[in-house]
Ligand binder design. Sequence first.
Ligand SMILES: Nc1nc2c(ncn2[C@@H]2O[C@H](COP(=O)(O)OP(=O)(O)O)[C@@H](O)[C@H]2O)c(=O)[nH]1
Ligand SMILES: [Mg+2]
Length: 196
Amino acid sequence: MKVTLAEFRASAVTPAAIPAAVHPEVAIAGRSNVGKSSLINRMTGRRSLARTSRTPGCTRGLIFYNINDALTLVDLPGYGYASRSQTERRQWKSLVERYLATREELACVLILIDCRRGPQQEELDLAEYLSSVGLVYVYVLTKTDKLSRSELSRHGAVLRAAVEPAPVIATSSESGAGIDSLWKWIRAAIATERQG
Ligand SMILES: Nc1nc2c(ncn2[C@@H]2O[C@H](COP(=O)(O)OP(=O)(O)O)[C@@H](O)[C@H]2O)c(=O)[nH]1
Ligand SMILES: [Mg+2]
């Protein structure tokens, strides 16, 4: 997809601060450091629209980006980060689950997984939760440039088997691999959602 406009719209650390939806929304989920911000930058062709960091756990709220005045990318706060307190985790859960469960305009969710690790319990739990509330999702493997071709095909096969029948798209924000396929999937998901 050709992105001609990509701009920060709002961030929300409490449910009350979540802005009214003006376009179909696409949420991006995954643990800290999996590559959410880098993916947003690569998808939009903007070097520093989303802040990337080597220090995980900086992003606490939902961040809304307006794309082409046509859809909204929503960077969900990273989860599964060990140094968080119980209270913070509870807050995370209530903020994110509230959003996922009640957002009418939410068309689909990208669940990011580091291609070298594979899905952990959090990702599988999230997928199950999304299914239970009737949301479509895709697994997006990140950082595929870090594996050789043969390693990627081996890891990819194991991963696909682990999450079957959910779709899996392998990407690299470094090389741009898979980004077109991902946009294509998103556009199809939004179109289907509109019909439904
Ligand atoms: N080699 C490589 N590094 C990546 C890629 N995507 C993200 N990273 C690096 O992984 C780290 C975390 O990325 P970031 O986008 O901030 O992750 P977030 O916490 O999920 O938003 C940063 O150092 C990025 O430069 C990728 O596709 N390839
Ligand atoms: Mg980030």
